[in-house]
Write a protein that binds this ligand. Structure first.
Ligand SMILES: Cc1ncc(COP(=O)(O)O)c(C=O)c1O
Length: 466
């Protein structure tokens, strides 16, 4: 995934700051970005408050650096229009005859609205460090040895409580297995299914190809089920070993699975002995008043629930959890033990403390508000810029589906690239066996950009729309 400018800029600055002062490091980095053309004349810079928040430095430091660069002529500052790169800031290059161009030069993506990643600047560093200090201080020595493949009991215990309270999951610590991301949990389930002689897993018409590949690489065929406005239609399920569903918020279309279909898929599992693999990747982020609980609550003996910290905290943690039917725990642990892929115990203990102390709930509430605000701004900006454009899938999560007229998906993704914006079209997420016609749409990951780049990304998106 392409990094947004502000994020990569933050990393550059961080390296610079190690050698010199914060202010001079920031000024050097800004001058360099202007000199090399990464920041073009007229570009509006983030406010000192949001850049300071992204870089984790004092606002005054940013304000001082901006002030000096204005004095040097690199930037301009005007009441009401913020701080911008000065029109003639970059030293003029020796004039080379300009080749006639039929369209503007394609810019390196400055912004990203690619779905899949939360705003990494929201990672609660200070609270996480406090939780780590408390957890590691209290940890017994044995916690630093080779771990139990099911994961630390401290984490499984608080998760059982949290998942029951927040997601309606029937969870006992003995039925929870900690894994290294949803992807790892899915790999384990593929291994279990193969050992049970399953050949095929039904999947949704739209999803992530990396997940389908994890199944096929382990000898399981995938076949897509139809999808309509009620969610995935599971009536065509037959003797598949399992069905993989994003029931609370279909990825990436965004519909929740209709209650009748939730019951129907559980009935299928009971009748055939098949398993429902529930990918609850963004269940914490629901914005309307009707919470959509986990499907697992309907039948914990036939549903394997998979949750992850990748959206609510950060994908880099590689921490996730499975809640497994009683009769399946031993098989999952055998698969996990065989891989010798135990997640690091210090992070498990820290997450346990983070949840138990209430910091996780506070963090989720805080970022839920932030994403909700962005979602509202997205809907508002699109309505103003392109009134015909429908936005859907917005009741939850951190991405939205922006519907496009037929045939417009590729041109709009291309137009976004000219605007310096990386964004993904829906076709990228369609399974090869999906029935029916595809739709033209963008999958807009509004959770992705850092706060300082959010408005720039939104403007670029609006400019790219027909
Ligand atoms: C549909 C879906 N499922 C699961 C995940 C989480 O995957 P992991 O926990 O492996 O990071 C994501 C993250 O992007 C996702 O989009």
């Amino acid at each position: 995934m392409t990094e947004s400018w502000a994020t990569s800029f933050g990393v550059d600055l961080h390296l610079e700051l190690a050698d010199g002062g914060l202010r001079s490091g920031l000024m050097d980095a800004l001058r360099e970005a202007i000199r090399t053309g990464r920041l073009t004349p007229g570009t509006r810079l983030p406010s000192s408050r949001s850049l300071a928040a992204d870089l984790g430095i004092a606002r005054n430091t940013v304000a001082d650096a901006y002030g000096e660069l204005v004095a040097e002529g690199w930037l301009t500052a005007r009441q009401g229009s913020g701080t911008r790169v000065a029109q003639r800031a970059a030293p003029r290059k020796a004039a080379a005859p300009a080749a006639p161009r039929s369209r503007p030069a394609r810019r390196r993506p400055q912004y990203s609205l690619m779905p899949g990643t939360p705003d990494l600047g929201t990672f609660p560093r200070a609270e996480w460090l406090r939780a780590a200090r408390r957890a590691l201080t209290a940890a017994p020595n044995e916690a630093f040895g080779y771990g139990d493949p099911s994961g630390r009991v401290e984490l499984r215990t608080v998760l059982a409580d949290y998942l029951a309270r927040a997601r309606g999951v029937h969870a006992h610590p003995d039925r929870i297995v900690i894994c290294s991301g949803f992807a790892h949990g899915l790999m384990l389930m593929a291994q279990v299914l193969r050992a049970r002689r399953a050949r095929e897993v039904a999947v949704e018409s739209y999803g992530l190809d990396v997940h389908w590949s994890l199944l096929t690489e382990r000898g399981l065929r995938t076949r897509a089920l139809p999808l309509d406005e009620l969610g995935t239609d599971t009536r065509g399920l037959d003797r598949e070993g399992a069905v993989l569903l994003t029931a609370a918020h279909q990825f990436p279309i965004g519909v929740p699975l209709h209650p009748d279909r939730r019951s129907a898929v559980v009935d299928w599992a009971r009748a055939t002995g098949g398993l429902v693999l529930e990918d609850d990747y963004d269940g914490e982020f629901r914005y309307d008043r009707q919470p959509v609980g986990a499907l697992q609550g309907l039948d914990p003996e036939h549903v394997v629930y998979l949750g992850t910290a990748s959206k609510s905290l950060a994908p880099g943690l590689r921490l996730a959890w499975m809640v497994v039917p009683d009769g399946l725990v031993a098989e999952v642990l055998a698969a996990k033990g065989a891989m010798d892929w135990v997640c690091g115990t210090p992070d498990q203990l820290t997450l346990a403390e983070f949840i138990a102390s209430g910091a996780y709930d506070r963090h989720v509430r805080g970022i839920r508000l932030r994403y909700r605000r962005r979602r509202d701004q997205l809907v508002e900006a699109l309505a103003a810029a392109s009134p015909e454009t429908a936005v859907s899938g917005i009741a939850a999560g951190m991405h939205a589906l922006v519907e496009l007229p037929g045939g417009m998906e590729r041109p709009v993704v291309q137009a976004a690239a000219w605007q310096g914006l990386a964004v993904e079209g829906l076709a990228r997420y369609r399974h090869g066996t999906a029935p029916g016609a595809g739709r033209d749409a963008l999958v807009v990951g509004y959770g992705t950009p850092p706060e300082s780049a959010w408005h720039g990304a939104l403007d670029a998106l609006c400019r790219a729309l027909p």
